[in-house]
Design a protein around this ligand. Structure first.
Ligand code: SF4
Length: 419
């Protein structure tokens, strides 16, 4: 942790309570996001990336629920405002957004945390013009700024009363002309040509890249401290992807906001991020600067992800896919061991004892950037070298599947396929 932290997420766990059982979607996740940086979260589908983001902005829907953890957000004004009534939610300039009242949590969406969702076509309302939707977001934030101490004005969206008013008295529309003008400015800021005309068009009249730009404009309406971009380029072709990433980088540099970039694409991480967390089975299994994680990965899963990227300078070797699949994350099916063990080429006896703790390297700063203790992994190899003499037999997990009663090994026990 440093004084430059904007967000400190500690021991965050989110579970889904389904008819088929409890799903541990996010498990004891820790990470920090600093002022003006891009922090990347990368992993396969089903690794818990998006649920982590939804948890931070308090948008996890039933049957999901955050079950533990703290989300500390640096906001000196808010800390001062609630210190007397909610001392347990304040630590210096930081506020634990999980412990502030619900109305204040909602208030933080927009001016504090904003998000760009994966699919702009399904995120925008097809029956409203693009300009109207952005203007409404601007209007909500404008009202909040005009009366910052009013909780109602901070949290109010377009409600039933506004609908009735705008139907009976169209001249008293919820959205002001100032907000409409600001929406057009935002569209121009994100590179939409002829923004005044395009503001009057509906989402189906926009291309995929323009829709994504419109989503970014809407997310910027509250001038957020932190923008969470959840797979913002997944549905776009490669050239448009590059344009959107450049736009996000430019906006981040212009505004100084921080970005959490969620993606399964290591190329996006390499292009955008300052630091990165690698997620697997609901956990962050490796974390560090981009240079540390890409140049000197510790966790075999990170090594596997990087090994599956083609090397343009040396195209001869075959790519090395990671065999197997991400586990289902049902609580009663999770083994009390490293969750990557059945896919790991370095699995050893000790990996079967319990899920490894996150272990940070405390050596000298490397690459001129690493702060001591910053780069680490949830793997026994973060602590000591691979010992081939303690490796599991090649068919250990196949045998384990066949033998439903196979117990986990103790540290000093000999492990075999028959155990
Ligand atoms: S703890 Fe063991 S099984 Fe898990 S990733 Fe590390 S070496 Fe592989």
């Amino acid at each position: 942790m440093t004084e430059r932290d904007l967000l400190r997420v500690r021991d965050l766990s989110t579970r889904f309570f389904t008819e088929n059982g409890q799903v541990n979607a996010v498990e004891s996740v820790d990470f920090d996001v600093r002022d003006g940086e891009v922090f990347g979260i990368v992993g396969e589908s089903g690794s818990g990336k998006s649920v982590t983001a939804l948890s931070v902005i308090d948008l996890v829907d039933s049957p999901g629920r955050i079950t533990s953890g703290e989300i500390w957000y640096r906001n000196p004004d808010l800390a001062e405002e609630i210190r007397a009534d909610s001392p347990e939610a304040v630590d210096g300039d930081f506020v634990d957004v999980r412990r502030v009242p619900e109305n204040i949590r909602r208030m933080l969406r927009g001016p504090s945390f904003s998000t760009i969702f994966q699919d702009p076509m399904s995120s925008l309302n097809p029956s409203l013009t693009v300009g109207e939707q952005i203007a409404e977001a601007v209007e909500v934030q404008r009202r909040a700024r005009s009366n910052p101490r009013s909780t109602r004005s901070r949290t109010q969206g377009f409600g039933l009363a506004d609908l009735l008013t705008s139907t009976v008295l169209p001249s008293r529309n919820y959205v002001s002309e100032e907000s409409r003008a600001e929406a057009i400015d935002l569209l121009e800021q994100v590179g939409i040509p002829d923004p005044a005309d395009r503001a009057d068009e509906y989402p189906h009249e926009f291309s995929g890249g323009m829709l994504q730009r419109a989503m970014i404009a809407q997310a910027l309406a509250g001038e957020p401290d932190l923008l969470i971009a959840d797979e913002p380029t997944t549905a776009l072709d490669v050239t448009i992807q590059a344009q959107i990433l450049d736009l996000l980088r430019d906006l981040q540099e212009d505004t100084g906001m921080s970005i959490v970039m969620i993606t399964h694409n290591l190329g996006v991480i390499a292009r955008m991020c300052d630091r990165v967390g690698v997620m697997y089975a609901g956990e962050i299994v490796e974390r560090g600067t981009l240079e540390d994680v890409f140049d000197d990965p510790v966790h075999p899963y990170t090594q596997g992800l990087l090994g599956s990227i083609p090397d343009l300078d040396d195209p001869a070797p075959r790519l090395q896919p990671i065999e197997g699949n991400v586990p289902d994350l049902y609580d009663d099916e999770m083994e009390d061991r490293c969750y990557f063990a059945d896919r790991c080429p370095y699995a050893m006896e000790e990996c079967l004892n319990h899920p490894p703790e996150f272990d940070v390297e405390t050596g000298e700063p490397r690459n001129g950037k690493t702060e001591p203790g910053e780069h680490g992994a949830r793997c026994v190899l973060a602590d000591h070298e691979y010992d081939p003499s303690r490796a599991l037999p090649d068919d250990y997990f196949e045998s384990e599947t066949r033998s439903a009663s196979a117990p986990a090994s103790g540290e000093d026990e000999e492990v075999s396929a028959d155990d």
